[in-house]
Ligand binder design. Sequence first.
Ligand SMILES: Cc1cc2nc3c(=O)[nH]c(=O)nc-3n(C[C@H](O)[C@H](O)[C@H](O)COP(=O)(O)OP(=O)(O)OC[C@H]3O[C@@H](n4cnc5c(N)ncnc54)[C@H](O)[C@@H]3O)c2cc1C
Length: 418
Amino acid sequence: MKSNRRTFLQQSLIGSAGLGLGIASTSEVHAAPVLDAADTGLTREVDVLVVGGGTAGTIAAIQAGRAGASVLLVERGSQLGGTMTTGGVAFPGLFDAWGKQIIAGIGWELVKESVELDGGILPDFAKVPQRHYQNQVFTNQFLYALLAEEKCGKAGVEIAYYEFPQAVTKTAGGWQVDCAGFGTRRRVNCKQIIDCTGGAEVVGLSGLPRLREEERQPGSYLYMMGKSHEPGRNQIHRLYVHGADSTNSRTATAANLTGRKSILEHVRAKGQRLMHLQPETGFRESFRIEGEVLITVNDYRSGRKFEDAVCHAFYPVDLHTKAGVKPEPLKRGIVPTIPLRALIPKGSRDLMVAGRCVSSDRLANSGLRVQASCMAMGQAAGAAAALAAKAGTTPLELPLREIHELLRAHGAIIPGDV
Ligand SMILES: Cc1cc2nc3c(=O)[nH]c(=O)nc-3n(C[C@H](O)[C@H](O)[C@H](O)COP(=O)(O)OP(=O)(O)OC[C@H]3O[C@@H](n4cnc5c(N)ncnc54)[C@H](O)[C@@H]3O)c2cc1C
């Protein structure tokens, strides 16, 4: 992947490569006290539970919190950002199409601040690039994760790391969700759930149908090797992990072990230094939901304007196979849209998804799954869930105009606005 700023990884990882520079400084802070730390069985009542604090979930939680909802964000890992940070895919695309910005809002705010704080360069969206990836925004994954936590804090979002749902039960007023973490359990009673786990894991737990292909796109493990201490001379590598499967902890473990073993062999064979290794494989594809509407590749290629569109998406059809990838750019002027109904599992109540599990066929999904679109879906789901919790309705029963107004008030671009 080419980039408009290619040195952040190198710069930020020099220390971890053990360059004999010594420790530059030591300082100290105290962890915030956890008053109920000894309590191994908590109960929490919230308006909105967001499961998965990745690309879409972080934005969903911030939006719902900013809209006044009480929000709990449950993330099974140790930081926010998901594939963007833990997977190391920190080049979100695409916020622009055909010379205009078409996705903005909270995701863009976070990306822009990460780049600015890093002293980086933002692409000029007025210019239509020759290749789509030239307008992806090279972002410092570490700053992104830190700023995401700060924004969650300011929006009043409570974060629960190392936790994940084990059981979900429909109740009259929403959902009861039983979560586990190490040394702790938590029962969450919430009005709305937003499933942002990438693979629609809450939807799966609830027994609703999910779509999955026999053969999925490969995952990729990102790492950096180099010969010298000079940042510019190190290179980022992307190892395709065929068969990588994020279905459960056993399949994800297999992908990680396979990827790391191969990287170790690569290091030995090349005689180079391993400068950085992401903590886990990035997974391109697992489950998608069967929503109230399913976005087809024809909808995607033709830029269908859904009547309940809540955001845009823009990227080539981009299916990775064993033979590699040959992106199929969209025709000039085409900008696909994502309808609210594609975020709602068919026949469900008080449950939405956002991110790569959006209701879509496989080819449409290969374009829809990119990060700017996931962020825009996250913001739309966060807004709808907050409004629905307040009104005591389901997201589908809300007047679309109210969702649009709330999204615009938080900087989002609604199809038809540009
Ligand atoms: C190798 C690779 C390269 C890519 N290249 C690009 C690119 O160049 N540009 C681009 O824009 N997009 C790219 N993409 C696509 C994009 O990065 C992903 O599709 C997108 O980030 C997915 O966002 P998400 O929010 O759906 O999932 P994620 O960002 O993966 O977030 C899911 C989160 O949910 C958490 N989670 C999962 N299950 C549970 C659970 N049961 N309980 C609690 N938490 C849970 C995970 O830990 C994670 O934090 C790439 C993807 C990959 C894998």
